[in-house]
Design a protein around this ligand. Structure first.
Ligand SMILES: [Zn+2]
Length: 340
């Protein structure tokens, strides 16, 4: 099979002809049709993901067709269209049993790190991870459902409990996850203040429903938020960026506010006064990716046209290197997908 192989940290993505993998017990062989490109792929290449050691086939956002079944697989048939969650989980522990598999007690890792990923014609995926993809959703969209749409769905519904009429700040709003977070927040009846860098990302944020869009290098986010809310502060913050934006955001968080942290690209340490937490009854929560059940909910929302997957480009596998370079220069808003 054709595959892109990363043989060393900071090395190139090499187009190789490799043996097609055999699905093990509980796994299916997928004919990969589409695989999304994520900033996390760049992090792996640069050696910043400690447990990711080359040689690796990258790609953890995968949609495709079931091509063969491993021993014991009975829930899928060859030819079915599927999309997949990203995490390798045990399916048996207490957390997995209650539908919180993103915090599996026996967490194994990620597709595209602990297993060969989707920058290839074929890959193997545990049957546990798969959700059926209807004919009406193209594979290119199918590839981005779990990470780019499922991540904010989980954050809003299970962690933040976002309510109609609430006002929310979304940082990193012009990125692949951010644009879908805006759409979801609007669908749930919230008003959105989008925060990101540069006119292209702010324009994309407005086009996806943001009520206002702010560049923190041009305006003080907390001042704008206070004005926007008549001095009250916002009810919610979705933090997709990391520690760099948290202190300013907390100045904008009103009484009873909830901040849900999803991203930590810009660092993970911040401080907060315990007295402020108490006086304001703040909730500061973490949120991790998406469960399989929520991925099925995302499929339903996209199928019904309630959420519109934003894909800024579809490219061939051979173009991955050029796409990574553009992503590294922050030139891409929304998700880019490789069709294979
Ligand atoms: Zn588990």
């Amino acid at each position: 099979m054709k595959a892109l192989l990363l043989e060393e940290i900071n090395g190139p993505l090499l187009l190789k002809d490799l043996p097609t993998p055999e699905p093990g017990p509980g796994e299916v062989l997928l004919r990969v049709k589409a695989c999304a490109v994520d900033q996390f792929d760049l992090k792996i290449r640069s050696g910043k993901v400690p447990h990711a050691r080359p040689p690796i086939i990258l790609g953890h956002e995968i949609a495709g067709e079931v091509a063969a079944l491993g021993p014991g697989v009975t829930t899928w048939t060859v030819g079915q269209r599927v999309t997949s969650t990203l995490y390798l989980t045990c399916g048996r522990c207490r957390k997995c049993q209650i539908g919180r598999e993103t915090i599996c007690e026996n967490f194994v890792g990620y597709l595209g790190i602990q297993t060969p990923g989707g920058y290839a014609e074929y890959t193997t995926v545990p049957e546990l991870n798969l959700v059926e993809l209807p004919e009406s959703i193209p594979f290119s969209q199918g590839a981005i459902l779990a990470n780019a749409i499922g991540t904010p769905l989980h954050a809003f519904t299970k962690r933040m409990r976002l309510q109609p009429g609430e006002r929310i700040i979304i940082t990193g709003a012009g990125g692949g996850v951010g644009l879908h977070a805006i759409q979801l927040a609007c669908m749930m009846g919230a008003m959105v203040m989008a925060v990101d860098l540069g006119p292209a990302k702010l324009k994309a944020a407005r086009e996806n429903g943001a009520d206002l869009a702010v560049d923190p290098t041009e305006q003080n986010v907390a001042d704008v938020a206070r004005d926007w809310t008549g001095g009250q502060g916002v009810e919610a913050i979705l933090e997709l960026t990391g520690a760099a934006t948290i202190p300013t955001n907390l100045e904008a968080l009103g009484k009873g506010g909830r901040m849900v942290i999803v991203g930590f690209h810009t660092g993970s340490e911040f401080s907060v006064q315990a007295s402020q937490m108490v006086a304001n009854e703040w909730e500061i929560l973490g949120s991790r990716n998406v469960t399989k059940r929520e991925l099925a909910e995302v499929v339903a929302l996209v199928q019904a046209g309630r959420i519109n997957p934003v894909i800024s480009g579809v490219h061939r596998l051979e173009e991955a290197e050029a796409i990574h370079a553009r992503l590294g220069r922050q030139e891409i808003s929304g998700r880019v997908v490789l069709e294979i």
